[in-house]
Design a protein around this ligand. Structure first.
Ligand code: 2AM
Length: 560
């Protein structure tokens, strides 16, 4: 993993020897790569002004180093219910708890990325801004809170922020003097493939197989995509981005409800094409509701739009068509697309290792289908595209999103513990394939859970083979609904607490993938309890133990 890890290392030189009078550090906290992308753009803007600049991931940054910084830009995204990305957790916690101490003399600015369909929009950016100010640092440029279409705004903000920094650096007499120490090392180390989000590879869907049983409550698909001739490479732990089209029936429903003609011209082509390929219909955002309220003048909708709690509830439960159905409105094609947000690709944790499958990539996709009270079905955009609409052999536009914060241990001898209920199993299939093909000798322990053994035991035969061959040292299963009371993976962790703690003491890495809002939190709680009980520690000591694991990259999460 040397190559991929080097991508997130600080630029040597600039990091250790800041120019007298100061230099700029750009710290990013990224999960899906967006914050990292913005941070590199700002790095280039700073370099263009001749500023001494260091770009570094929060995951590779020692929090105490903050005390030595003169100028800091933070670029960070927000996840779930207002939480920092995994790579930012340690720094976030230390700042929050005031553990780093006073930061007087530090000049900073924060750019937050987020998604306004979530209630705690850009919360982590706000928090960083707040923590730094509270520690006595001086805000050089105002906080930015940017939505999913952040690119242009991020560039403009970066331009302003580096100017403000250049002015104070010039005042202290260092700008220009240290440009020689600046290199573009990060950029070149990261450049993996010519294909990326904006330039996806037209791959081929080769397998779409339902792997849950006929009577399952879930429809989970094993998807195989052929990357032949793409030159794309990925590592276990990476994700695959999928561009998708909206369902033609859903597009027609929007046209019917608005009384608009699909042939009408918009800035993104004919309206039907625009709604199919360029705008989100399956994810609602607050701006659609407030914007529609303004245009329609509908009193009931206006009332609703003025109540944040009601808007949030609607955004969480409904789609664009549901709102149009409930609040009929007359609007033009251009008005409609202006209310919608640009379509964004969906990311899936990769379920295969190239050492095993070569030019293929496998995914484990849970198909999102919500039955409505009126008998209709609301489906997820990309999952129903892959499962229902894309014929086998058809073209699908994909790109790899590298995730250096979810990696197998560098040493093949290090034991690993993997907790992946439901579709959270995906990256662990990749991990185990990799460990098998490379002959890694470290022990492997898998925790898996799903509703029923007979219906939902994903990849059962593969795990059985691995248990037999000895690759899987242990497998602990939690079939939640096979008995009167629920059993979850965290119950298994507690049950196996003594041995689990021994594995940790022996240097094991602990991985969690899957649901962020409930499972991952409950698993973390169970882990803390196991550490406290079997390590004979207080609650605080157990927390510290876990923080140490995280800092050592031995506790990694890929949760969504
Ligand atoms: P349930 O749906 O029967 O409640 C994968 O989705 C598995 O995770 C299912 O067995 C599901 O159980 C279970 N699950 C639901 N909530 C969970 C939680 N908070 N922690 C762990 N597992 C959970």
């Amino acid at each position: 993993y040397g190559l991929s890890q080097s991508g997130s290392q600080p630029i040597t030189g600039a990091a250790t020897s800041p120019a007298a009078g100061g230099s700029l550090t750009i710290l990013y906290g990224s999960q899906t790569g967006n914050a990292k992308g913005v941070a590199s753009v700002i790095q280039q803007q700073a370099q263009a002004l001749g500023l001494p600049v260091t770009l570094i991931s929060m995951a590779d940054y020692k929090p105490k180093q903050l005390k030595k910084e003169s100028h800091l830009l933070v670029v960070v995204s927000t996840y779930g219910e207002g939480e920092p990305p995994e790579s930012a957790v340690d720094l976030f916690e230390q700042l929050k708890k005031g553990k780093i101490g006073k930061l007087e003399g530090l000049k900073f600015a924060v750019l937050g990325l987020g998604d306004s369909s979530y209630e705690f929009f850009c919360q982590t950016g706000k928090d960083f801004d707040d923590f730094l100010a509270k520690a006595g640092a001086e805000r050089l440029h105002e906080l930015a809170s940017l939505d999913v279409d952040y690119q242009a705004a991020a560039k403009a903000w970066g331009e302003q922020a580096v100017k403000a920094i250049a002015a104070t650096l010039a005042a202290s007499g260092s700008a220009g003097a240290a440009t020689a120490s600046v290199t573009g090392a990060v950029q070149s180390a990261v450049g993996h493939s010519q294909y990326h989000k904006e330039n996806p590879f037209p791959a081929r869907l080769s397998v779409n197989q339902k792997i849950t049983g006929r009577d399952s409550t879930k429809d989970i698909r094993h998807i195989e995509i052929d990357l032949a001739e793409s030159g794309i490479s990925y590592q276990p732990g990476d994700a695959l981005g999928i561009w998708f089209d909206n369902d033609a029936a859903l597009v027609s429903e929007v046209l019917t409800l608005t009384g608009l003609n699909g042939d009408e011209a918009t800035s993104k082509g004919p309206l039907r094409t625009a709604l199919t390929q360029h705008f989100e219909l399956t994810r609602l955002h607050g701006g659609f509701i407030t914007g529609l309220a303004d245009i329609s003048g509908n009193a009931a909708l206006k009332d609703l739009a003025g109540d944040k709690a009601q808007v949030n509830a609607l955004v969480a439960a409904a789609q664009v068509v549901d709102v149009l159905k409930r609040f009929p409105a007359k609007l033009s094609a251009e008005q409609l697309v202006a209310l919608l947000r640009p379509l964004t690709p969906r990311l899936y944790s990769i379920a295969s290792a190239q050492s095993e499958v070569e030019e293929e990539v496998h995914l484990t996709v849970g198909v999102v289908r919500h039955p409505q009270a009126d008998g209709t079905l609301r489906s997820g955009g990309a999952s129903s595209y892959l499962a229902d609409r894309l014929p086998e052999e058809a073209e699908v536009r994909v790109f790899v999103e590298h995730n250096d914060n979810f990696r197998l241990p560098t040493s093949p001898d290090t034991p690993v513990i993997m907790v992946g209920p439901g579709t959270g199993i995906a990256p662990f299939r990749a991990f185990l394939q990799e460990r098998e093909t490379t002959g890694a000798e470290g022990k492997n322990w898998l925790f898996f859970g799903n509703p029923h053994f007979t219906q939902d035991f994903l990849y059962q035969v593969e795990w059985q083979r691995y248990v037999k061959s000895g690759l899987l040292s242990k497998i602990s299963l939690a079939f939640s609904r096979d008995q009167g009371h629920k059993i979850y993976v965290q119950d298994k962790l507690r049950e196996q607490g003594a041995e689990l703690f021994q594995w940790l003491e022996a240097g094991a890495h602990f991985y969690v993938c899957g649901d962020a809002n409930h499972m991952a939190k409950d698993v973390q709680q169970a882990l803390l309890e196991v550490i406290a009980e079997h390590g004979h520690k207080s609650h605080e000591e157990a927390e510290e133990y876990l923080s140490e694991l995280r800092r050592a990259k031995r506790y990694q999460r890929d949760v969504y």
